[in-house]
Design a protein around this ligand. Structure first.
Ligand SMILES: [Zn+2]
Length: 195
């Protein structure tokens, strides 16, 4: 609290004791003597004007931004936000940083008119895990293909074989069938487990 009650809200604010609108409101209720409506109103108007120009300037900067890649005019479907509309997508450093109906500038632009732009699909039942199967999956919009039905006899070996040699995300469950065959003394070779 201020030493001099006559200074009221002003000294509180200057001393850094008021840091939020709620605190200021509380202070005003207790010490109305320092509350000069005209000066506060003028300050607020200046602040609003400043915020307005700041936002306008920021928008100009964002509009002028150049992206690494722009997906132009696709039907953007985003399950997280429920968005389903024709939009332009700006990608920078491998990340989506802007989704907009405004025109976006990109070093590379892909025309996506008539196409759906959506997060990559996850396939939970994908036996073929070699490059060619992955290539076809990618063309279908699948970016993660998991072998969760038959599984792999040796998960560690599966993962080691795929490391650095995969077009899309991959994964597998441990093979129940292979585990049973191993227990009965007739292990199934890796290459023979897939149908
Ligand atoms: Zn299957």
């Amino acid at each position: 609290m201020p030493q001099d009650p006559a200074l009221g809200i002003c000294s509180d604010f200057l001393a850094g004791q008021i840091s939020s609108p709620a605190e200021m409101e509380a202070s005003l209720q207790w010490e109305p003597s320092c509350y000069d409506r005209s000066s506060v109103g003028a300050t607020m108007r200046k602040l609003i004007l400043f915020v307005f120009f700041f936002l306008a300037f920021s928008t100009t900067i964002v509009s002028a931004q150049q992206f690494d890649l722009v997906l132009e005019g696709g039907r953007v479907m985003d399950p997280e936000t429920g968005l389903d509309a024709v939009r332009n997508v700006g990608i920078l450093d491998g990340k989506i940083v802007r989704i907009s109906s405004d025109a976006l500038s990109g070093r590379r632009v892909i025309q996506a008119s008539g196409l759906v732009v959506a997060p990559g699909f996850i396939d939970l039942h994908q036996h073929g895990q070699e490059m060619e199967s992955q290539r076809v999956k990618a063309l279908d919009g699948v970016t993660t293909a998991l072998e969760l039905e038959i599984g792999a006899p040796d998960v560690a070996q599966f993962l080691k074989a795929k490391e650095g040699r995969s077009l899309i995300h991959y994964g597998t469950s441990a093979s129940h069938a292979a585990a049973r065959a191993l227990v009965f003394g007739t292990p199934i070779p890796e290459a023979e487990i897939l149908p």
